[in-house]
Design a protein around this ligand. Structure first.
Ligand SMILES: [Fe+2]
Length: 468
C-alpha cells in the first residue's frame, strides 16, 4: 500500500484553498465549489460549482485519473465540515454491516483531521473534530460492537490522520474496558485521541517519513510536537483539559524518561497514560517506510517490555484484554492468520522475567545474613500507592530472591510504589504456610521493566527464617 500523499493548503490570488480527499465528498448536489490543481505549484481550476451534482461516476473518473485531492476555498470549509458531520451522524445510526460503516466513518474522520492539519490556527477545524469525537463516544455507548470496528487492526500504513482516528477508537475501547460506566470521560478521551498528534503539523514530512537515523536536530523537531499541539489546542475554546493533557503528555513515560517535560508516574494524567498505550500500539502495528508492521500479538509482546517503565501496568494489561477480545471475536481482523492471541497475564510477565539474567551476586552487604531462596511465592497487596495489574487482596506470584531476619527481597514484573504493603505467603517445611506482612522499602527498576523489591517485615510479624 502506498503512503497517501500529504495534502497541503495554498494561497492563490489572495484566496486560501484547503485540500480534501475526493473520497470524502458525498455524492449529492454540492454545497461548495470544488477545484483541481495541476501539480503542486499549479493554479486552481474550477472542477464543479456549488449546486452541481457530484455523482458516483464523477468520483470513479477522478479515481481513474488519480486525482485524489480536490480543493475547497477556505471560506466554504464550514459547509464541507458540516457535510462530513452529517454523514457521520447518518453512518453511526443507520442499519447495515458495522465493518462497512466503520470503514466509511474512518475515512470521513480522517478527512476532517486532514482538514484540521491543513488549517493552522483555525479553531473551527479543531472544534469540528471535537464534535465528531462526541458523536463517536455516543456511538461507543449505544453500539459497542459497531464502534469497536473503528479500530483498524489490518495491516495499514502509518499516516498521521488515520493514526489519530485509530488512537481515538482504541482510547474509547480501552476506557470502556477500565471504566465501563464513565460516560463523562468517554467523549473527552475520544476527542483527545482524535486530536493528540495535531502538533505533528509542525514537523516536516521528510522527518516523519525518514528512513535513516534522525540527527539531533530532527529528533528535537519530533520531540516538540506534543507541546506545539498542546499550545494550539489551548487556544481553541471549549476543549477540556483532559484533551489538552493527552496532546501534551502522550509521549511521557512512567519512569520520567519521556518527552516533552519528562514528568513521571502519577503526574502523567490517566488519560495521557491511556493514550500512550494505544498510540504506541498503533505505531507498532502500522508499517513505516523504515520498517514492517508488527502483528497485534507481537506488538503487545514488545510493549510488555515497557511495563512499569514506559507504560502503566494496569492500563497495558487492560489493553491486552481489549485486543485479545477483538481478535477472539473476529480473527480475520488480525493480520497474521492462525496466530493464537497470547494471553498477557501475570503468568506471562513471570515467564518473561524468569528468562531474564539472574541478579548479580555479592551485592548484598547488609549486616544480617540472608540466604538465597529463589522460589515462587504467593503475594497480595494490602495497600497500593498507584494502579497496578492486580487489586488489593488479589493473589499474584512473585519470586523471592533471598530472605533475612528483617525482610526479604523479591522480583516482580512491575515496580510497586514505596510504602505499599503486602502479604507474602511463605511455605513451611513439611507443608502449610505462614503469612508474612511486609512493606515496600526499596525498589530498583530493571532494564526489562521488572523490579527488584526490598520488603521489610511489619513490626510484630514473625521472622520468615523461623517459618521456612
Ligand atoms: Fe505523538
Amino acid at each position: 500500500m502506498d503512503q497517501p500523499a500529504s495534502p497541503s493548503s495554498f494561497v492563490h490570488d489572495g484566496r486560501r484553498y484547503l485540500p480534501v480527499r475526493a473520497t470524502s465528498i458525498d455524492h449529492c448536489r454540492l454545497p461548495m465549489d470544488l477545484f483541481l490543481r495541476n501539480g503542486p505549484a499549479g493554479e486552481p481550476t474550477l472542477y464543479r460549482s456549488a449546486g452541481i451534482e457530484f455523482t458516483p461516476q464523477d468520483a470513479a473518473r477522478l479515481a481513474e485519473n488519480e486525482a485524489e485531492i480536490l480543493y475547497i476555498p477556505a471560506q466554504q470549509h464550514g459547509v464541507y465540515r458540516s457535510m462530513i458531520g452529517q454523514r457521520l451522524a447518518r453512518l453511526i445510526t443507520c442499519p447495515g454491516p458495522a465493518a462497512t460503516r466503520a470503514r466509511e466513518v474512518r475515512v470521513s474522520c480522517a478527512g476532517l483531521i486532514e482538514d484540521l492539519l491543513a488549517s493552522p490556527g483555525q479553531a473551527e477545524a479543531a472544534q469540528a473534530v471535537a464534535e465528531v469525537g462526541a458523536q463517536l463516544a455516543r456511538w461507543a455507548s449505544a453500539d459497542a460492537e459497531g464502534f469497536s470496528q473503528l479500530l483498524d487492526m489490518s495491516v495499514h500504513d502509518f499516516y498521521t490522520a488515520t493514526h489519530m482516528v485509530n488512537v481515538a477508537a482504541g482510547c474509547g475501547l480501552l476506557l470502556r474496558a477500565i471504566r465501563p460506566n464513565d460516560r463523562a470521560l468517554l467523549p473527552l478521551i475520544v476527542q483527545g485521541g482524535l486530536l493528540h498528534d495535531v502538533g505533528k503539523r509542525g514537523v516536516p514530512e521528510t522527518i516523519l517519513t525518514k528512513t535513516g537515523r534522525l540527527d539531533p536536530e530532527e529528533w528535537q523537531a519530533i520531540r516538540r510536537h506534543p507541546r506545539i499541539g498542546f499550545e494550539e489546542l489551548r487556544a481553541v475554546s471549549g476543549l477540556d483539559p483532559v484533551v489538552l493533557e493527552m496532546a501534551r503528555d502522550h509521549h511521557e513515560r512512567l519512569d520520567g524518561h519521556g518527552y516533552p517535560n519528562e514528568v513521571s508516574g502519577e503526574k502523567i494524567s490517566f488519560a495521557a497514560r491511556l493514550c500512550a498505550v494505544v498510540d504506541v500500539y498503533d505505531a507498532l502495528t502500522s508499517s513505516r517506510p523504515y520498517r514492517k508492521p508488527l502483528s497485534p500479538v507481537a506488538a503487545l509482546g514488545v510493549m510488555a517490555e515497557g511495563v512499569g517503565t514506559h507504560f502503566d501496568p494496569g492500563i497495558l494489561t487492560a489493553w491486552c484484554g481489549v485486543v485479545q477480545g477483538l481478535i477472539a471475536r473476529d480473527p480475520s481482523r488480525a493480520p497474521v492468520a492462525g496466530e493464537a492471541p497470547q494471553k498477557l497475564t501475570l503468568d506471562s510477565f513471570i515467564q518473561h522475567f524468569e528468562r531474564a539474567a539472574p541478579p548479580a551476586s555479592g551485592a548484598d552487604r547488609r549486616r544480617h545474613p540472608r540466604f538465597k531462596y529463589n522460589t515462587l511465592l504467593k503475594a497480595s497487596f494490602q495497600s497500593l500507592g498507584r494502579p497496578c495489574p492486580v487489586r488489593v487482596g488479589e493473589e499474584f506470584p512473585v519470586i523471592a530472591l533471598d530472605l533475612g531476619q528483617s525482610g526479604l527481597r523479591i522480583r516482580m514484573p512491575w515496580p510497586p510504589a514505596l510504602g505499599d504493603t503486602m502479604t507474602v505467603e511463605l511455605p513451611r517445611k513439611g507443608g502449610g504456610a505462614i503469612r508474612q506482612h511486609a512493606r515496600v522499602v526499596r525498589v530498583t527498576v530493571n532494564p526489562d521493566g521488572s523490579a527488584h523489591v526490598g520488603l521489610q517485615y511489619e513490626a510484630g510479624a514473625k521472622p520468615a527464617t523461623r517459618a521456612a
